[in-house]
Design a protein around this ligand. Structure first.
Ligand SMILES: [Zn+2]
Ligand SMILES: [Zn+2]
Length: 139
């Protein structure tokens, strides 16, 4: 993955923090801000929390990363943008996995009554127990 190319393609100047944050999001899908800060610091050394927040905001605004905020969870970031995929969240440990859109296009769910709105999005979060947690429970 050529991160510098990605940044330039989004008309963002290439800086080391931007490359480091983008790399962290690609390598750790659904990571929260704290874990991204940890990964970036391993890579670059001292980087302020604010700098990482600023880079995440710029990357999200440019459409290079997607910010997701499952109810009851802190914001998380992923590199899979531009499709209508959903997430399954483990009720016990909070692990998150991608689930392809059930229908393949937005809005994925047909509202029983659209009240005259031109609906173009449905936010779906699946919940349950991840394989690790269900194994732990049954043993
Ligand atoms: Zn779990
Ligand atoms: Zn995802």
């Amino acid at each position: 993955m050529d991160f510098e190319h990605l940044l330039r393609g989004a008309a963002l100047r290439v800086t080391r923090p931007r490359v480091a944050v983008l790399t962290a999001v690609y390598e750790h899908p659904h990571a929260d801000t704290d874990s991204i800060i940890g990964v970036v610091r391993e890579d670059l050394g001292e980087v302020s929390t604010q700098a990482v927040y600023d880079v995440l905001r710029a990357l999200t605004a440019a459409g290079l990363v997607r910010r997701i905020e499952p109810p009851g969870s802190v914001a998380r970031y992923e590199s899979r943008v531009g499709d209508n995929h959903h997430h399954v969240v483990c009720r016990s440990c909070g692990a998150i996995a991608d689930v392809d859109c059930a229908v393949g296009h937005t809005p994925c769910l047909t509202a029983s009554d659209d009240h005259g709105y031109a609906i173009d999005e449905a936010e779906v979060v699946y919940r349950g127990l991840c394989p690790d947690c269900s194994t732990a429970r049954s043993s």
